[in-house]
Write a protein that binds this ligand. Structure first.
Ligand SMILES: NC(=O)c1ccc[n+]([C@@H]2O[C@H](COP(=O)([O-])OP(=O)(O)OC[C@H]3O[C@@H](n4cnc5c(N)ncnc54)[C@H](OP(=O)(O)O)[C@@H]3O)[C@@H](O)[C@H]2O)c1
Length: 289
């Protein structure tokens, strides 16, 4: 069953394409897609069987639901432009998909009569919309509505995407988003650093070496939280960790700041907050070579 007469998507990037594809079943007619770069918008629309809208005004007049899927820093300006383009008395639902903001950023649209919401998929989109609509199944979506009715409608959309809604209040959205970036984006950086160090250690296929270990550690930590920790910091083998610092300083100094920060965070989580030779070694600024 469709929920909307005509859905519209603003943006032609990764999430815009996945949403156009994933939300197609809730629209009576193919999704309209508008992007600031007409050529990119046309290519994106064709890729996901949507129709490229000639202008933002056209999109605003034609749709009863619009998703804003542009860069975080562009959401406010796009919302203001869209608010100016909405026909008077429009009862449209507009949501954005940025993690860091709630609905305050959509205030001009609310003033123009729209119901507004923020719907953030806690998922990574890298430009493969066909595969990514599958990944939205069972993914969590942070939902913040400007009213109970807007929140209910936003939850309906999440359910149609196969996802599970999680309420995050307006003032906690930046904290929520920081947590997700720390877990997913920084994980990629962490793996890149470990890969550099393994190459220096002579491993010719760092990914193959890391894969079973890292997958097991990730699974264990998701199942058991911090009690999944193993390794020298848990055992109290402080000399081993000091040896790591020496080795990194010699062969992979670029990794030292991240290693020190994560080792200190691990000691804190272990409750080993007292002053110790290891803490001092981790805290000390490395000498400039
Ligand atoms: N990628 C993810 O994993 C992910 C996950 C959850 C949520 N999100 C959210 O989804 C949104 C889009 O992210 P994305 O990864 O899809 O980004 P993206 O692939 O880089 O696409 C960004 C889109 O924003 C448009 N844009 C940038 N500045 C603009 C401006 N000033 N005015 C109008 N349009 C502008 C770009 O237009 P051009 O093509 O003309 O440059 C492009 O179509 C962001 O809010 C992001 O936080 C992303």
């Amino acid at each position: 069953m469709t929920l909307f007469r005509q859905i519209g998507i603003i943006g032609s990037g990764r999430v815009a394409q996945a949403l156009a594809l994933g939300l197609a079943p809730v629209s009576e007619t193919p999704a309209l897609l508008w992007g600031r770069s007409p050529d990119r918008a046309r290519v994106a629309a064709r890729r996901v069987s949507a129709v490229a809208a000639p202008t933002l005004d056209h999109l605003a007049r034609a749709c009863d639901m619009i998703a804003i899927a542009v860069s975080d820093d562009a959401v406010a300006a796009v919302a203001a432009d869209l608010a100016r383009a909405l026909p008077p008395g429009s009862a449209i639902l507009v949501f954005h998909v940025s993690g860091r903001s709630g609905t305050a950023i959509l205030a001009p649209l609310q003033e123009a009569g729209a119901q507004t919401a923020a719907i953030h998929p806690a998922m990574t989109f890298t430009g493969d919309p066909q595969a990514e609509i599958g990944r939205m199944t069972d993914a969590r979506f942070a939902v913040t509505g400007s009213s109970p009715e807007a929140e209910r409608r936003a939850r309906d959309i999440v359910a149609r995407l196969g996802g599970v809604s999680v309420a995050i209040s307006e003032d906690r959205r930046p904290l929520y988003h920081a947590a997700l970036c720390h877990a997913s984006n920084h994980l990629v950086t962490l793996m890149a650093g470990a890969t550099h160090a393994l190459r220096q250690a002579g491993a010719d296929d760092p990914a193959a070496l890391l894969a079973p270990l890292v997958r097991a550690a990730l699974e264990n930590s998701l199942d058991r939280g911090f009690s999944a920790l193993s390794g020298p910091l848990l055992r109290g083998d402080d000399a081993t960790v000091e040896g790591h610092l020496d080795a990194l300083a010699r062969w992979c100094p670029g990794l030292l700041p991240a290693y020190r920060a994560m080792a200190l965070a691990t000691l804190d989580e272990l409750g080993r907050t007292e002053e110790s030779p290891l803490r001092r070694a981790l805290d000390s600024t490395p000498a400039v070579p």
